[in-house]
Design a protein around this ligand. Sequence first.
Ligand code: HEC
Length: 262
Amino acid sequence: MRRLIVSGAIALAALVTGAGAVAIAAGTTPEAPARQWKFEGPFGTYDRAAAQRGYQVYQEVCSACHSLSLLAYRNLTELGLTDNQVKGLIKDITVTDLGDDGQPADRPARLSDRFKKPFPNELAAAAANNGKAPPDLSVIVKARANGPNYIYALLTGYVPFDKLTPDQVKAYSVTKDDNYNTYFPGHRIAMAPPLADDKVTYADGTKATLGQEASDVTEFLAWASEPHMEDRKRTGVRVILFLLAMAGLMYAVKRQVWSDKH
Ligand code: HEC
């Protein structure tokens, strides 16, 4: 609703001031197409294998720029991995801690460590990425409208400069150094296309197409955004069953109590 009001206001402002380009920018970001996700619906659960592959994509590609600060490595056991499997996954990651002498020193990551941040702070992150800091991905799926569909569409929605129409180039002032993304509001995005076919080699042998990688990393980020969703849904189902049983019981009691009053 708020977006509607905002885009309405922008369109109105554009009409008044004649700044047509702004109206185009706000009005032509298409809605991300709906996809089937196993975790949707009242009984939906995460696809553990997809989320594990998604971790691999995050770790090998996205973690160069994006932090995932709300997760610790031990949380990966919730994806169906044992402690030892997670230790194997993180064996090459080093984190900076304090040594015995109180000076910063590198040591191998432990299960209790939070996910390693690629940059020490936001300014450094922005400075390394043409002035736009890559956002933390911990809750990105919840933070964007139509979250999973949007993230998937974003990762697969880049259009190379030579495939753009002259109108698009003009309307969004795209140069060949910019990245054009169909689903990013305003289309010009500071993130270069992070994924492509065979960007990773999956440990489980799945073929790593662009679509597969995007779908897996989205599954992983959806889990990261709401790791307790399955518990929540299970509790919901139990509560509904309890209320149904209770309603039946109350009805029986009511009939019993009123049986000789009719
Ligand atoms: C080379 C650095 C880099 C890599 C690697 C990278 N990103 Fe980004 N990402 C960025 C930057 C910079 C932005 C901010 C873009 C902007 O606001 O214009 C961003 C923004 C995003 C956004 C937010 C878009 C929005 O709606 O605001 C998402 C989601 C995202 N990246 C996901 C990913 C995923 C998933 C991966 C791994 C497959 C990844 N990124 C890899 C640099 C990177």
